[in-house]
Design a protein around this ligand. Structure first.
Ligand code: N01
Length: 515
């Protein structure tokens, strides 16, 4: 939406294709119960328009999905965006025509359009993934993926519900479903670390203060590591006494949210420091969950804390104290098939009336590769990225001129406050397009050498952290056969922004320009 707004400002004619029937992207699709952002409302909003940020009133500390969707609708109306968006349309193919220097874009509605610039805003977590369980289509009841939730809601009353998956989506949905359903059976393959949200109504004083200080707060977010305001402590967890460390963890746990990981500067890089934070969360699980066996099953031990996206919950662990919730460890007792009446694991049958798949996404590359993109010489993006995504700055991939990827692989994207990263990419792309037009440059493409160096750098920085130690979607490890490559850029949004600005100031260094 912001890209459309900026391109209009440049006097370009713009057509946006959107699969959904409305705006909002992730917040349009993810209508599952309990869906809520893990970035605070005052930080998870557009900064590009003063009046917009002053007039919108957030009602909760962490915004719920319906509230963010209302905000997205408000932005669309306020800037009259809908007239250039074609809803209910999926791009199926995009091919670069070297003779004309234009992209030919095809959709599932039969549109064929030609464009000088093609900008992808397909998101990082939009290709929902349901694993291929044998017999899934034989199930007689309804089944839903959290990322493709019915618009008119789902009534769980009196039902026995299976939830498969315990990532951020499952962890948010399970407590709400358990509050309504007759019984919930959770199928967990890997336990995740989760910290409480301690969500609450927005304090008017805080909202007023943030609005009064927005220019400074937004600047701090843009210059920060993750695009967030939280207090990040740079000292080592190993330098302080046990008492002091526990006090710090307790304070952050009581505050709630992902800034728990900011307690010490070496949690993301030093295994010993990491283990101290991980063990603190495990101790909380043991404190909350009554049954010691269940507490142990819920305690992650196979990956460092933060190496998978940390979850933020409301009453998740306590849900396992309810008599109507059963936890099944599918690592010890794997799912063998879905039957007409439920889920059959190696150890037995679980009859249910409904299945909720909280099984995640083909992240980052999935939505891009789903579009069948071909560049110069008929090179397909799928072929080029066979061994993992290759980009320069996450913004372009060599051989695909004038194709920009907002929050593409190789940029901070999912490791940051997405709104901050989206705005930064949109501003950079708009600046680049304006620059090209002023100079009559017909095409911009990534230089393969700059791309090689950036791809190596993205990988090198990731290796310096504990991220590669987890089988995460950051690495494509959740999709069988996907190359194991760390996709987002860990270097931080502040440093990354400086790099992008420098490249532009140097006449788009590392890019090839052609007239
Ligand atoms: O998806 P996930 P998600 N058999 O991939 C399990 C963002 N988000 O939708 O770990 C059994 O994290 C899988 O198990 P395992 C956020 O960035 C943000 O929950 O692969 N289980 C895992 O438990 C997040 O990280 C918010 O062993 C199977 C689960 O399904 C990202 O979206 C809220 C399986 C998938 O977890 C994705 O989160 C929601 C199988 N065959 C999402 N296949 C907030 O802002 C998969 N699983 C708070």
């Amino acid at each position: 939406m912001y890209m459309l707004h900026r391109l209009r400002g440049l006097g370009l004619s713009v057509r946006v294709f959107e699969t959904g029937d409305g705006v909002g992207g992730t917040w349009y699709w993810n209508r599952y119960p309990g869906a809520r952002c893990d970035v605070q409302s005052m930080e998870y909003s557009y900064s590009f328009d003063d009046r917009l940020e002053q007039e919108w009133e957030w009602t909760e500390r962490f915004p719920s999905q319906p509230e963010i969707l209302r905000y997205a609708d408000h932005v669309a109306d306020r800037f009259d965006l809908r007239r250039d968006i074609q809803f209910g349309t999926r791009v199926t193919r995009a091919a670069y025509d070297e003779a004309t220097g234009l992209w030919r874009v095809e959709t599932d509605r039969g549109d064929v359009v030609a464009a000088r610039y093609l900008i992808s805003a397909v998101g990082c977590l939009s290709a929902a993934r349901v694993p291929a369980f044998p017999g899934a289509e034989s199930f007689r009841g309804p089944s839903f993926h959290t990322g493709r939730w019915p618009h008119d809601g789902v009534d769980f009353s009196g039902l026995r519900v299976a939830v498969i998956g315990t990532g951020s989506s499952g962890i948010q949905a399970i407590p709400v479903i358990a509050g309504q359903a007759e019984h919930v059976t959770v199928f967990q393959r890997t336990p995740n670390y989760s910290v409480p949200a301690h969500n609450r109504p927005m304090e008017p004083e805080y909202q007023g203060w943030a609005k009064a200080n927005y220019p400074d707060l937004r600047r701090r977010m843009r210059e920060s590591h993750a695009g967030l305001l939280g207090e990040f402590n740079s000292t080592s967890a190993l330098e302080v006494s046990d008492e002091e460390r526990t006090r710090e963890f307790e304070t952050r746990w009581a505050k709630g949210g992902i800034s728990f990981l900011g307690a010490y500067g070496d949690i993301a890089v030093n295994p010993r420091a990491n283990e101290l934070a991980a063990e603190f969360v495990r101790s909380k699980i043991r404190e909350i969950v009554g049954d010691p066996g269940t507490a142990e099953l819920l305690s992650p031990r196979d990956h460092p804390i933060g190496s998978k996206r940390i979850c933020v919950d409301t009453g998740y662990y306590a849900t396992y104290n309810r008599p109507n919730v059963t936890l099944v460890d599918v690592r010890a007792d794997p799912i063998e098939e879905i039957t007409p009446t439920g889920v059959r694991t190696a150890a037995g049958r679980h009859d249910v009336d409904m299945i909720v798949y909280a099984t995640g996404y083909d992240a980052m590359t999935g939505p891009l590769l789903g579009m069948d993109i071909t560049g110069k010489g008929g090179l397909s993006l799928r072929r080029k990225w066979e061994a993992g995504p290759r980009t320069y700055l996450g913004l372009m991939s060599a051989g695909f001129p004038n194709l920009f990827t907002i929050t593409g692989p190789g940029s901070p994207s999912v490791l940051s406050n997405m709104i901050v990263s989206i705005e930064q990419h949109v501003d950079w792309i708009a600046g680049c397009v304006a620059w090209l037009r002023e100079r009559d440059v017909a095409a911009i493409d990534a230089d393969p050498l700059a791309e090689d160096a950036w791809t190596a750098h993205v990988n090198e920085v990731a290796q310096f952290t504990l991220y590669p130690q987890a089988d995460s979607w950051y690495l494509g490890a959740n999709v069988p056969g996907k190359p194991r490559v760390f996709m987002p850029y860990v270097g931080g949004v502040g440093a990354y922004r400086l790099k992008c600005e420098q490249v532009a100031a140097d006449g788009y260094e590392g890019f090839v320009l052609s007239s």
